[in-house]
Each structure stands twice: as C-alpha cells, then as structure tokens.
Design a protein around this ligand. Structure first.
Ligand SMILES: Nc1ncnc2c1ncn2[C@@H]1O[C@H](COP(=O)(O)OP(=O)(O)OP(=O)(O)O)[C@@H](O)[C@H]1O
Ligand SMILES: [Mg+2]
Length: 272
C-alpha cells in the first residue's frame, strides 16, 4: 500500500494551523517513527492517515484514491489508528466486545472473529481479561486493548500514537514483540513517540516535526546525527547517542556495544 500526502495542511475550527505544507509518502511495509515536541502536530498528522481528520489543504491519497471519497470506517480497514489516550477509543463493556466491534461492523463471520480474538488476545497478553470492562484494566492493559481492537481489523498499516506512554517494562517488551509480528505479516508500522530508545529499536525511518511542518526525514542515523536541527525541534537523541556525540565519535550509535566498538576503533586509530 502507499499513503501519499501532497502539500497537506490542516486548520482546526479555532483557526489554529496545526499542519502546513506536508509532503510525505509511506510505502509497503515501511516502519516509520514520527517525533517532535509537544504540539508539533504529530497526532493531527496521524489522524489524517485514515481520515479521522481530513486535510483542509492539499491532498491525501491511499493507493492513488483520494481520502475524501470514502468514509473513515471504510479507510479503517486499510489503515488502523491506535489513539494516544485509550479512553478516547474504548467505549464498550468488555475487552471481547472491543475486539469484536470493528470486524462485526465489516461483516466478518462470528467463527472468524472468535479465531482472531484468540490470536490478538495472545499478542496483547489479554487472554485472561476478555470479559473484563476496559475501565477496570491497568493503564498498560488499556493501551493493549486499544491496540488489539485495531489489529483485529487486519489493516495493511497500523498507526500507533505514543504507544509506550505509561507502559511498564513488560509492556515495552510485549509492544516490541507485537510490532515484530506486524513486520512478519508485511504490515506498515507508523508510531508517534517521545521515547527515542523505542524509536531507534523499532523503526527504520524517522520523521521529525516542528510547528506543523516536517523538519527532517531520514534513517535514524541521518536524523540523530543532525544535532543542531534536533535542538531546534527539542528532540533529544537516545542517551548513548549523546554520550558518543559528546566524546566526539563520528558515527551515530544507538546501543552500548556499538558505542564500545566504535570507541575502541577510534582509540586504536589514534594510537597507530
Ligand atoms: N481539537 C483541537 N482544536 C484546536 N487546536 C487543537 C486541537 N487539537 C490539537 N490542537 C492544537 O494543534 C497543535 C498540534 O496538536 P497535536 O495534538 O497534533 O500535537 P502533538 O505533536 O501530537 O503533541 P503531543 O506530543 O503533546 O501529543 C497544538 O498546538 C494543539 O494545541
Ligand atoms: Mg499527540
């Protein structure tokens, strides 16, 4: 699948221009992180991707079809959006009903729905919580309930809005495994995050937003090596990346073993 944004702008009814001149294209099974300071426009951008919000300027096309031509529920079969706050997404009496709602709406038969519920419950760790009211779940479980409800639709792309926010360590590991499973299934993964360790561990492309515009778009190495640009958008690279930059390493590193290796290389080059 291909999602193309051509000169997209978005103004809220208050008149606030939350997005301006966005030109982006997401293709196939890409994995993309969208980062930037609070209020940069990340959620507003993510909500355009399946038509929850529609561009007030420019065009957004999915596989060449303008988004304005179809309803959000039609697009949700292609692109699933997991809300930043699960309370904005969940509205039914049990986890099972949350999982079944979307598929039932598109006419999936009950037997298939039950099979999908079992699979998604295992992926999200909610096997024992299917009959629990979402309000009685822990913050981590609530996030996974929202994620599960979207994954149930089997969309080609999943957009996660700050999935690590409020997660415990076990939740982080489960999320990593879930994203890896979506990758195995060939799905596009897009996530908004303030957690740079999560970003570099799970995504091959990083889009930096600042005041409603795209500031940089590239691989994690390309993006996190641009210290001055990142400062402008109030983005702080992962701690080990900053240490490496602080000691003057040329390479952009993201994990400790990589840092040690490059540091040893630099020391031996200096001594020879
Ligand atoms: N419903 C709304 N009405 C008016 N303005 C809004 C609305 N929602 C968001 N905004 C404004 O649009 C801008 C972009 O908001 P958005 O939620 O997209 O930012 P964000 O990058 O997701 O921020 P955060 O990291 O805090 O989630 C902000 O200035 C915000 O105050
Ligand atoms: Mg947001």
């Amino acid at each position: 699948m291909k999602i193309e944004l051509n000169d997209v702008g978005y103004s809220y009814q208050t008149g606030h221009h939350a997005l301006e001149h966005i030109n982006l294209s997401f293709e196939g099974n890409q994995s993309v992180a969208i980062i930037g300071q609070n209020g940069a426009g990340k959620t507003t951008l993510a909500k355009q991707l399946n038509g929850i919000l529609r561009p007030t300027q420019g065009t957004l096309k999915i596989d060449g079809i303008e988004i304005s031509g179809r309803t959000t529920s039609e697009w949700s079969k292609r692109v699933g959006y997991v809300f930043q706050n699960p309370d904005d997404q969940l509205f039914l009496e049990t986890v099972r009903e949350e999982f079944a709602f979307g598929p039932r709406n598109i006419g999936m038969d009950e037997e298939t729905i039950e099979r999908c519920i079992a699979k998604v419950a295992a992926l999200t760790g909610l096997q024992d919580k299917l009959d629990v009211h979402p309000a009685d779940l822990s913050p981590t479980e609530k996030k996974f309930c929202g994620i599960g409800a979207v994954v149930m639709m089997d969309p080609d792309a999943v957009v996660f809005d700050e999935p690590t926010c409020g997660q415990d360590y076990a939740g982080d590991v489960r999320l990593h495994d879930l994203i890896a499973e979506l990758k195995r299934e060939g799905k596009m993964r897009i996530a908004i995050s303030h957690d740079m360790k999560f970003v570099v561990a799970n995504f091959d492309r990083v889009v930096v937003m600042c005041q409603g515009k795209v500031l940089v778009d590239g691989t994690p190495e390309e993006v996190f090596s641009q210290v001055d640009v990142l400062r402008k958008s109030y983005v702080t690279p992962p701690p080990i990346t900053r240490v490496a930059q602080g000691v003057g390493l040329k390479e952009t590193v993201f994990i400790v073993p990589q840092f040690v290796e490059k540091l040893e290389d630099a020391c031996s080059a200096q001594n020879s």
